[in-house]
Write a protein that binds this ligand. Structure first.
Ligand SMILES: *Cc1c(COP(=O)(O)O)cnc(C)c1O
Length: 344
C-alpha cells in the first residue's frame, strides 16, 4: 500500500478535552470546524460527545448539517458564520444555532425563523465577526427580549498571554454584556489558559483538543507515517529531485517516500524538513514533489519501511515552526489522501 497513514488518537483527544474542562470554570464546549481541524469532524465529535461534550461549534451551517447527521438530535451545534442567506432550511431542519453577527442577520433570522434559538457574536476588538459596540447598543434591548442562548466574542491575541489586547477585550466584552442574564463565552484554548476571569459560562477550545499550542500539556493526537516506496544508492555529486536542488556531498542512500505537497507537506519546506525513523532525523533531500520526496537515510543502519512526519519527535508545532506557520495550518492542510486509522 502506497498511501501514507494518518493515525488519530481519539483517547488522547478526549483526554485533552478533559484536561481543558478541568481548567475551565464553566461548561466546556468543543470547536470542530474545518472537518475537526482536518482530523475528521464526525469521528472527533462522536468521541467527544461520548466523553461528555454537549455543545459544539462549527464555522458554517453546512458543517453543522453534517455534524448533526453524525451526532443525532441531542447536542447543541453553534454556527460562527451566523444566519447566512440560504441557510434557513438547514438551521431549522437540523436544529442549528446561528451566532448572529449583525443587525442584517438578526432581521433575517427573526423574519425567517421566529422563535428559533440563536446566539449573538460581538466584536470586542478583533474586527473579524460580530456586532460592533455601537451596533450592539442600538439593538441590545430588543435582542435580549428574544432570549439568545449565548453571547460570545473572540480574543485576537490569546496565544500571547501578556499582550494588553487580552485585558482590553475582556473589559470591552464585560461592558457590552454585564448584567444581561444571558450565558456568555469569550475563551478559546488560549483564553482558557489565561485564567478564570476569561471563562464566563462556556469555553470553546479547538486547537488544544487536537494537541496543538498554546496548550503545552496536550497529548499527541495526530501521527503521520509515510511509506518508503523505493531506496537507491547514489554517488557523490549526483542529484535528487526536481531542479537538481540537492547534490550528494558523499555516497548516499536515498529513500523515496509516498507523500508530498498534495498531502499538506508544503513545498516551501524543501531543504528544511526531516522525517524520523524512530528518534533518528533523516533530512529530506531536494524538493518536495506532489506525491513523493527523497529522504537521505545514509546514516541509518537499516532501510526503513516507513518514515514519520508527525510523531513524538516532530509535533505539529515543531513542523509548523519549520514551515513558518502554526499547528492549525499543518493539521487542516493534511488533506484527504491519507489512510486514516482511528484509535479509541
Ligand atoms: C476557531 C475558533 C475557536 C477555537 O480556537 P482555538 O484557538 O483553536 O482554541 C473558538 N472560537 C472561535 C470564534 C473560533 O473561530
Amino acid at each position: 500500500m502506497a498511501n501514507a497513514t494518518l493515525k488519530i488518537d481519539l483517547d488522547a483527544l478526549c483526554a485533552n478535552w478533559k484536561t481543558l474542562a478541568a481548567l475551565s470554570a464553566s461548561e466546556t464546549g468543543a470547536v470542530v470546524k474545518a472537518d475537526g481541524y482536518g482530523l475528521g469532524a464526525e469521528r472527533v465529535a462522536t468521541a467527544l460527545a461520548r466523553a461528555g461534550v454537549r455543545t459544539f461549534f462549527v464555522a458554517t451551517s453546512e458543517e453543522g448539517a453534517s455534524l448533526r447527521a453524525a451526532l443525532g438530535p441531542g447536542p447543541t451545534i453553534n454556527v460562527f458564520a451566523g444566519h447566512m442567506s440560504g441557510d434557513t432550511d438547514m438551521i431549522s431542519d437540523l436544529q442549528l444555532t446561528p451566532m448572529i453577527n449583525s443587525i442584517d442577520q438578526m432581521l433575517r433570522h427573526v423574519e425567517a425563523l421566529p422563535g428559533h434559538t440563536f446566539g449573538v457574536q460581538l466584536d470586542s476588538g478583533m474586527n473579524r465577526l460580530g456586532m460592533e459596540p455601537a451596533e450592539w447598543h442600538a439593538v441590545r434591548d430588543i435582542v435580549i427580549e428574544q432570549r439568545p442562548s449565548l453571547i460570545m466574542s473572540h480574543l485576537a491575541c490569546a496565544d500571547e498571554p501578556d499582550n494588553p489586547m487580552n485585558a482590553y477585550q475582556l473589559e470591552v466584552f464585560n461592558e457590552m454584556t454585564e448584567g444581561l442574564g444571558i450565558p456568555r463565552s469569550l475563551a478559546a484554548t488560549g483564553g482558557i489558559l489565561m485564567g478564570k476571569e476569561y471563562h464566563f459560562d462556556m469555553t470553546r477550545p479547538g486547537i488544544g483538543l487536537y494537541g496543538g499550542q498554546p496548550f503545552t500539556d496536550a497529548q499527541i493526537v495526530a501521527r503521520v507515517s509515510l511509506p518508503v516506496i523505493q531506496t537507491r544508492d547514489i554517488e557523490e555529486g549526483e542529484t535528487v529531485g526536481y531542479g537538481n536542488s540537492w547534490i550528494a556531498k558523499r555516497p548516499s542512500r536515498i529513500a523515496t517516500v509516498g507523500a508530498g505537497y498534495a498531502d499538506g507537506i508544503f513545498r516551501a519546506l524543501s531543504g528544511k524538513l526531516s522525517l524520523f525513523h524512530r528518534d533518528s532525523p533523516c533530512p529530506v533531500a531536494g524538493r518536495v514533489s506532489m506525491d513523493s520526496m527523497g529522504v537521505d537515510i545514509t546514516d541509518l543502519s537499516e532501510d526503513p519501511k516507513h518514515l514519520d512526519l508527525l510523531n513524538s519527535e516532530q509535533t505539529v508545532d515543531s513542523l509548523a515552526q519549520a514551515a513558518g506557520t502554526i499547528g492549525y495550518e499543518i493539521l487542516t492542510s493534511l488533506g484527504q489522501r491519507y489512510t486514516r486509522r482511528y484509535k479509541g
